[in-house]
Design a protein around this ligand. Sequence first.
Ligand SMILES: [Zn+2]
Length: 326
Amino acid sequence: MDFKDIVGQEKVIHFLKGSITNKRIAHAYIFEGAKGVGKAEMAMVFAKAVQCKNYDGDVCDQCASCLKVNTNNHPDIKIIEPEGKSIKNKQIEDFQQDLLRRPYESDKKIYIIKDANSMTDSAQNRLLKTLEEPPEYAVIILISTNVNSFLPTIKSRCQILKFYPIGEKTIEDILKNKYDLQTDEAKVLAAFSDGILGKALRLKESEEFRNKREETIQVMEKLLKKDPLVAFELVEFFQKNKDNIYEILDFMLFWFRDILLLSQTSTDKFLINIDKKEILQKHMHAIGYNKIGNIINTIEKTKNDIKANINFQLVIEMMLLTIQEV
Ligand SMILES: [Zn+2]
């Protein structure tokens, strides 16, 4: 992997490349961004680039150093990961011992600390000592979903680089071109990815995601039959999926938005659930154009009510009855 394999994050790439070219590599970085947005991959490519013997705007992928990185075998690049749920004081202690030894075969010794926001307070305090007086060859990259989980004294000693979602269209293209998915499947996954490639790839492998989507479509099918007794039975489905409730509600939102779109335009180009077009059309006829907006508002309100901790069962019952009534 090299810089040109990374999609998006142009600002971060530009900054990191510049720091290598200008020989202004910082002692410590925080890579911050959502899970799956590519922070750890970037850290690895940056480490590879710093160590590359022929670096020329990107890694050469041929020198002894690059080959060692490719087989996870570079003695001067180390990865620290949580043991159990957190990174413990002892792990940072071991890291500090290791850091005392100079690099084996390069000018820099690079440590990538994954899930760095899982460091215990005592681990953070210990790390701080290193950040205050790092050896000149040390490069430490903290990977984190939330920069505010670090002590201010740690933050102030790190170069903070933020990673952003790359957008659904880009993800759809990557899924099609790089992972050979059909347009229909790529569209669905991209829509649920929040613009995060890692999430799209996770969903791609997730049987559970596919099953939940099918189940939710069946629930909507039953709901639109307008039997009020059914509405109460369906509450159970939402109770059972309480932990994934936002995902379920998003399935529903995207579903009814598709119906709205279908009723307004003759093209299906923008449908998310394009693989279910026939069911969408059937539902569109069952609901009637002027009521779809109401349903969408109701689902959005339900999301907000759940966020505001209003009684779960009550909120769901209200939503189901409202959808049935419209
Ligand atoms: Zn190289």
